[in-house]
Design a protein. Sequence first.
Length: 122
Amino acid sequence: MDKTNFLTEVHAKTLTPANIKAAFCKTGIIPFNPNVVITDMMALSQTTSTHATVPIQQSGPIKMMSEMVLDYINYQRIVMSSSNSTDAEDLPGLLLTPFFVQSAVDELSSTSALFLVSSSLI
């Protein structure tokens, strides 16, 4: 079995009518059986990871934009935590500052994504 037919083979062998019916039965959907789900299954989810990493080295524009998004998120947290206003309508003006817009344009101008911020034709 190679990569080209792996999914086709797996799909054909696993998504059979018998397996699909067994899954509905096991979860108590058909036939309806609310007793299948017991209290132990209702435990709260646990936080296991709050940060992700990208294992593949990204190109300049992608890396730059992802770093800017993370910086912007951190900036939003700071503004929201230091803001005395609880009115969400006041926040958008604070969060999209000219600094971030100009920074994005400057950063993109130095990458292969210059065409995104250039006024000249592509």
